[in-house]
Design a binder for this molecule. Structure first.
Ligand SMILES: [Fe+2]
Ligand SMILES: [Fe+2]
Length: 171
């Protein structure tokens, strides 16, 4: 340990290498992961708004409301990711994640697309967690709470896809 510290000090004094940052020197990778989250959440805003405009039938009103709430929450999540990007001195992405238009607008199809989107979100937050785990309490807490939130969205969507009375998860 002492030898390692001595070695690090020597390298720094020689000017060859900057000292490792408190985030373990992977700040760029963290910013990149946060920007991917930002792009995904922005895609969520557009997706859920679009879906909400395409719901017809008896249950339209509560489903539209739920989708608009999801769009608003995605915008909040995008802003949160962007705030973390700038806190780290990065530049927030202006790009938007993958958007697909399948032209299938029955509610089950929409929910399946939403499910896929939410799963991608959880995967990305988990990737972020793997970069900050044990290195940055604030970002670790953030990633964990978003994994919890998005996982709850997944189970909510999965329950909507179940047939009434089914206890087994649909997917
Ligand atoms: Fe989200
Ligand atoms: Fe979500």
């Amino acid at each position: 340990m002492a030898a390692r510290r001595k070695r690090a000090a020597k390298t720094h004094a020689g000017g060859a290498k900057a000292p490792a940052s408190k985030r373990g020197g992977n700040k760029e990778r963290i910013i990149e992961a946060l920007n991917t989250v930002l792009e995904l959440e922005l895609a969520g805003v557009v997706r859920y708004l679009h879906y909400s405009l395409m719901v017809f039938g008896h249950a339209r009103i509560p489903i539209v409301k739920w989708m608009r709430d999801e769009a608003t929450q995605s915008a909040d999540h995008a802003a949160q990711a962007g705030e973390h990007v700038t806190a780290l001195g990065g530049h927030p992405s202006l790009k938007i994640g993958k958007l697909l238009e399948t032209h299938k607008h029955d509610i089950s199809q929409i929910l399946l697309e939403a499910l896929e989107h939410e799963r991608e979100g959880v995967a990305q937050y988990k990737k972020l967690l793997s970069l900050v785990q044990g290195k940055d309490v604030c970002l670790e807490e953030y990633a964990r709470s978003l994994i919890h939130e998005e996982t709850m969205h997944i189970s909510e969507i999965e329950k909507m896809l179940r047939r009434p009375g089914d206890l087994e998860p649909a997917l």
